[in-house]
Ligand binder design. Structure first.
Ligand code: BGC
Length: 868
């Protein structure tokens, strides 16, 4: 296939999706084309392309085209093809109900809520041949749909997690080949995020609704031209199920001896206004792991899957078992199964009273785990179980290998933390009683994530929720999305009531620009630009009311979350002046917004460029006196610091000393060019070098500073320090985690202490992706891949590898729309051999050791550099 992987809005053959805009994209391989080759995209009503609705051409080398979607009709399949020269490739997409009113009713049951119910309808269809049949459905909390007990579709945890109070995304199933004249259509509906225990602080129940409900419409077109519709209504049935308990945090209990009770079905008058087509990729089952089985030191039967994953345990339970329990955990302590760091999350799967041999798996929960403790089964019965990965479906786009085994393992670990936390929404962690879509974590990780996998549809789904939540908050962005409204508990926790601080709230500008940088999809910017503007305006307005300082000097700030530089036990906000961090992000958000507007040819761009330069200048004025950095600027008296001192006193009982002269502060100023002149820049560089030396080359940075530090060092002639930092093996460092046997990246630098003991149980996960943001340093600096500029219309990659002494060879492969860019470098006696495969329609500017830029040709290029 020369043109392949055709997608619409990042999804292959989307069925019943929402298309606010249409971005057609495709990949090419095994073909040579000129950079300005003309691609024609056609959309038709029919497979033969006789009735063309749209025809457009593009020469952009990112292989995509965004058009308006206003011509789309409900429940219609559209065929589209893309052609260049003599080559063609075809695909389709299909709309859902769009604005068409629902004929179905929401249905529920009259009795008190129970954890899981089964709605069903016996279908009796006319004896006619079915031409096409579609099922449009949504069960809240989580559901699985089946025809005669055969699950329909390949996805799990439907409908995924979204802001159910603001949007209710339904799914569409093609059931053409599944329907029989007589069959039973059934929906098993559990609690999920909708009504099960969720959110920290011990969790809240019934957040979005207090009982399960379902809406479904089955549309059947027969060969004879007739049409049949079956809708959820009061002719359906509902009963209890074998699933006795289910919750995202606590797991699931299935009792095979449970009585199935007939319940009284009720038709609800609930509004259908929030119903909308989905836009997210499906959550699917992927890799399967077989266990190593052993008894731990407490004589408990343990399965070790050798990898920390998010997912399920699946297998066979023999007849006659009264109670089999599986408990899930991340680690062992002193050779014993350990799970105190899950806080209140039970993470358990129980199967009771099997009458015959049964294949079991959970339905409405998932676990973050490597180890499983089994009770109620023999070793031989337990070892047949396997672990299966659950993850939102995304293409892998990056491969890496090098002479350094530990670096390779680190990159694997980062990818696993991404996989494990990309389940429906980007979560902070997959195991404890949290698993929420924290904005700050994905702000810092989105660039790395988008190198690893095609995140376009996944992150756009998250952004859609974030935008909806933002609308409720007058332009402010919450700490996490979806953002459950727990009104009776207001005031309980600043995260549940406040709007987000810097880094967190800035997700709304960082994610769209990062996605654009990776995919050059204008649809994403169109969808997000007003939200970006609203966020920057909300900070601007508050600053206007508080003295027009052009700094972000107010509100609650999390600073450099989890940084190590305060040395105060229990302090989670680091020692860097929060106004500095917040103002750098205010600057970045203003600039991202200006860039988005500029790309969309919107005149408002000038205002935000101007604003970003005013913020930069205000920072220079506050943080520098002549060329010198002011370590204790006036901003330290700001509202932010007062709030922070208040929080510190309340939680830790001490006050905290904050500075600008920290690794994080210096790295951020350097990275974003916030200094008055070259002399000041050199002073910052000297100070950063000193800060590194003071700490024996180790980092002290948290969420805000960590992604910046290695880049800032390398970009400022401190390459030795950057690589020393990356390759450190003692604590705190990335490779220390690898040395301690980590298979994912930890939340804290000291999640596990050098003696192997967990450092605390309060907020300590071994599967957080934020610090994995360092992978973009490996990609952009060691391999030297630099993506085309956001404003480039053509794919021009700049490649400038750094041949660090820690490595003798590397190999990297990055997927682009025109094929893979592959790069390897290998050190020979006194030279370095570099091989670069350049895909078609792609320009690579390679920067040599002597600073010379050379343009590489399509195909394999060999460069020899002589080390001085
Ligand atoms: C989460 C984080 C999050 C932070 C913000 C933690 O509990 O796990 O990753 O960003 O809270 O305060």
């Amino acid at each position: 296939m020369k043109i392949h992987n055709l997608k619409v809005n990042g999804i292959r053959e989307p069925l019943g999706y929402s298309f606010e805009y249409l971005t057609f994209s495709w990949e090419i391989s095994a073909v040579r084309l000129p950079q300005d080759a003309i691609f024609t995209v056609e959309v038709a009503h029919d497979e033969l392309f006789e009735n063309i609705l749209l025809k457009k051409t593009t020469t952009n080398s990112f292989n995509n085209l965004t058009v308006k979607s206003d011509f789309l009709k409900p429940r219609t399949r559209y065929y589209w093809r893309v052609s260049v020269e003599e080559i063609k490739s075809e695909s389709f997409f299909e709309t859902g109900k769009l604005s068409e009113p629902w004929l179905a009713h929401w249905i529920s049951y009259q009795e008190e809520a129970i954890p899981c119910v089964r709605f069903y309808k016996n279908l009796s269809l006319p004896n006619k041949k079915v031409r096409s049949a579609r099922l449009y459905a949504l069960g809240l909390g989580l559901y699985e749909v089946a025809l005669d007990n055969h699950k329909i579709g390949h996805e799990y945890l439907s409908p995924g997690y979204h802001s159910y109070d603001l949007i209710q995304q339904y799914q569409t199933y093609d059931v053409t080949n599944l329907l029989q004249a007589e069959s039973e259509l059934s929906f098993l509906v559990g609690n999920g995020w909708y009504r099960g225990r969720f959110v920290f602080e011990g969790g809240f129940e019934n957040i979005y609704g207090d009982k399960q409900k379902l809406i479904a419409e089955l549309h059947i077109d027969y060969e004879d031209g007739s049409h049949g519709i079956i809708t959820s209504d009061n002719t359906w049935n509902v009963e209890s199920s074998l699933i006795q308990e289910n919750s995202i945090y606590d797991g699931e209990v299935i009792d095979y001896s449970a009585d199935i009770k007939v319940l009284k079905l009720v038709e609800l008058n609930d509004s259908q206004e929030l119903l909308e087509e989905r836009i997210d990729p499906s959550v699917v089952l992927l890799e399967e792991f077989k266990p190593r089985i052993f008894y731990d030191k407490a004589n408990q039967l343990i399965l070790d899957f050798g990898q920390e994953i998010s997912g399920w345990l699946c297998g066979e339970i023999p007849a006659g078992k009264e109670k089999v329990t599986f408990q899930f955990s991340e680690l062992l302590q002193d050779g014993v199964f350990y799970r105190d760091n899950l806080r209140t999350a039970k993470q358990e799967f129980k199967v009771l009273n099997t009458k015959q041999t049964v294949e079991v798996r959970p339905h409405f929960t998932y676990f973050g785990f490597r180890y499983v403790k089994v009770t109620g089964l023999s070793l031989m019965e337990a070892e047949k179980f396997s672990a299966k990965v659950l993850q939102s479906e995304m293409d892998d786009t990056f491969e890496f290998d090098s002479s350094h085994e530990k670096l390779n393992q680190l990159l694997q670990n980062i990818k696993w933390s991404q996989k494990d936390n990309f389940v429906s929404i980007p979560t902070d962690c997959p195991q404890r009683d949290e698993r929420m879509g924290w904005t700050g974590d994905i702000t810092v990780f989105s660039n790395t994530a988008s190198y690893n996998m095609e995140t376009r549809a996944f992150l756009e789904h998250y952004l859609k929720n974030l935008r909806l939540e933002q609308k409720q908050l007058d332009g402010k962005v919450p700490f996490f999305a979806p953002y459950p409204k727990i009104s009776p508990f207001e005031g309980i926790n600043p995260f549940l009531t406040g709007t987000a601080s810097a880094v967190w709230g800035d997700a709304i500008t960082v994610l769209p620009i990062t996605l654009y940088k990776h995919y050059h999809d204008k649809g994403i910017l169109q969808a997000n630009v007003e939200a970006m503007v609203a966020w920057v305006d909300s900070i601007y307005k508050e600053d206007e009311a508080k003295g027009s300082k052009r700094l972000w000097h107010f509100g609650m700030q999390l600073g450099d979350w989890l940084a190590l530089d305060t040395k105060i036990p229990g302090c989670v906000m680091g020692a860097t002046d929060s106004v500095l961090i917040a103002s750098v992000y205010y600057y970045l958000s203003a600039k991202n917004t200006a860039e988005a507007l500029k790309i969309l040819n919107d005149d408002r761009a000038d205002f935000y460029y101007q604003l970003s330069s005013e913020i930069k200048q205000a920072m220079i004025d506050s943080y520098f006196y002549c060329n010198e950095l002011i370590d204790k600027p006036a901003t330290l008296q700001s509202e932010v610091e007062q709030i922070r001192q208040g929080m510190m006193q309340a939680f830790v009982g001490v006050s905290i000393d904050t500075h600008t002269r920290t690794q994080t502060g210096l790295a951020m100023l350097l990275r974003y060019g916030i200094y008055p002149n070259e002399k000041a820049k050199n002073i910052l560089t000297t100070l950063l070098a000193e800060e590194m030396e003071k700490n024996d080359g180790f980092l002290t940075t948290g969420f805000a500073g960590t992604p910046e530090l290695p880049h800032a060092l390398l970009e400022n002639n401190l390459a030795d320090k950057a690589f020393e930092l990356l390759f450190k093996e003692a604590a705190p460092s990335w490779l220390f985690e690898v040395n301690m046997g980590a298979m994912t990246t930890w939340e804290r630098w000291d999640s596990i202490l050098p003696n192997g003991k967990i450092s605390g149980t309060d907020m300590n996960s071994l599967n957080h992706y934020a610090y994995g943001a360092v992978e973009d340093f490996v990609i952009e600096k060691i391999l030297g891949f630099n993506l085309p500029n956001v404003r480039d219309e053509q794919a021009i990659y700049h490649i400038q590898p750094y041949y660090t002494d820690y490595l003798s060879w590397v190999n990297g492969k990055l997927k682009t729309p025109n094929g893979y860019i592959e790069l390897s470098w290998e050190k020979e006696k006194s030279s370095i051999l570099i091989e670069i495969e350049v895909p078609t329609r792609t320009t690579v500017e390679f920067i040599k050791l002597n600073g010379e830029t050379i343009i590489l040709n399509e195909g394999k290029n060999i460069i020899v550099e002589v080390e001085s």
